[in-house]
Design a protein around this ligand. Structure first.
Ligand SMILES: [Zn+2]
Length: 61
């Protein structure tokens, strides 16, 4: 009899991040944000969410 080892669901929950297309810094974006500015170089990006937890840079603002 195999006992399944169910761990708690408290997996390290990654925050949604994108990678700046200008300086390749990865930075967090607010969930469901439609735009975000890179903290490193200040570039502003339009964000879309192809999946609920996965932001994607659509292009510059
Ligand atoms: Zn940047």
């Amino acid at each position: 009899m195999v006992k399944e080892d169910y761990k708690s669901k408290e997996e390290a929950r990654e925050k949604p991040v994108v990678r700046c297309k200008a300086c390749i810094t990865r930075f967090e974006v607010t969930q469901d944000a439609t735009e975000a500015a890179c903290p490193e170089c200040g570039a502003e990006w339009r964000i879309s969410w192809p999946e609920p937890d996965t932001p994607y840079i659509r292009g510059s603002k």
